[in-house]
Write a protein that binds this ligand. Structure first.
Ligand code: HEM
Ligand code: HEM
Length: 203
């Protein structure tokens, strides 16, 4: 119970970051300068060393506690639909989080470049790596959406009934599907031409 409560509390912290993070990426619709301005503003907060260490620790704890919760549920013979969805979406989300943190922070220190719009755009623009990174980003966002929408649905059933809760679930999934489409469309060069600076062409 303690582990589940901690998973929920750190889940709220990381969700606040993910929502602002995705808002930042969606705003690239209005141009790379707009994206960079919002990124610079957000970095004033989350790039403070103490805050960044806490944030990354929360993400890693989320993955670690999630795996422990899955092992606990494995012992249960009859798993509910809620539990099954949390397990499947959690596994995908956990794999995404681990790779994404290693990639963004690792490359920031190793290649010493700014992990900005071009850093993310390049991998969904270039052949053949884009065939890995397009589903990678889409699954990252949609597994997060499914995990959170499922919790929301589960908590709302007793208040608003099963039918309404299901509408909320699909509503949340729909909103995140639109956000995913917007981000990938812009980052893949659908809205304006993107010329990747040569320093990002490291692999
Ligand atoms: C952004 C990351 C994540 C967020 C925001 C998040 C959030 C949550 C929340 C709020 C709950 C409901 C807790 C409750 O019922 O009080 C939950 C449950 C759960 N999460 Fe996550 N989680 C994340 C990542 C993960 C990962 C990476 C895994 C697996 C590796 C995972 C596995 C689970 C499982 C199995 C449950 C169900 C626990 C149970 O009902 O016994 N989560 N999560
Ligand atoms: C299409 C979707 C996404 C793109 C293009 C993207 C891109 C990026 C970029 C460029 C950075 C570096 C930020 C910086 O230098 O300040 C970053 C950092 C990060 N992203 Fe994402 N991201 C996406 C989705 C997600 C999702 C869904 C999650 C979590 C579930 C996530 C978690 C993180 C974390 C934890 C960091 C590290 C923050 C730090 O620098 O301390 N991202 N991402």
């Amino acid at each position: 119970m303690l582990l589940k409560n901690l998973h929920r509390i750190t889940g709220i912290i990381v969700s606040a970051f993910v929502i602002t993070h995705l808002f930042n990426h969606s705003m690239a619709w209005f141009g790379i300068t707009t994206h960079q301005r919002i990124l610079d503003t957000l970095r004033i907060v989350y790039r403070q060393p103490v805050i960044e260490i806490c944030l990354i620790s929360c993400f890693l704890f989320q993955a670690f506690s999630g795996v422990k919760l899955i092992f606990r549920l494995r012992k249960k013979e009859e798993k509910s639909t809620f539990e099954k969805i949390q397990i499947y979406s959690g596994v995908v989300l956990g794999l995404f989080i681990l790779q994404h943190i290693i990639a963004t922070i690792g490359q920031r220190f190793y290649f010493k470049f700014d992990t900005n719009f071009y850093f993310a755009s390049r991998v969904v623009l270039q052949n053949p790596i884009k065939w890995y990174f397009i589903p990678y980003y889409a699954l990252g966002i949609m597994s997060f959406a499914t995990h959170v929408a499922n919790v929301h649905q589960h908590k709302m059933i007793s208040r608003i009934g099963e039918r309404q809760a299901k509408i909320h679930f699909w509503g949340i999934i729909g909103v995140f599907a639109i956000i995913t489409t917007i981000i990938l469309y812009v980052f893949m060069g659908g809205r304006f031409e993107i010329i990747i600076p040569s320093e990002y062409l490291v692999y």
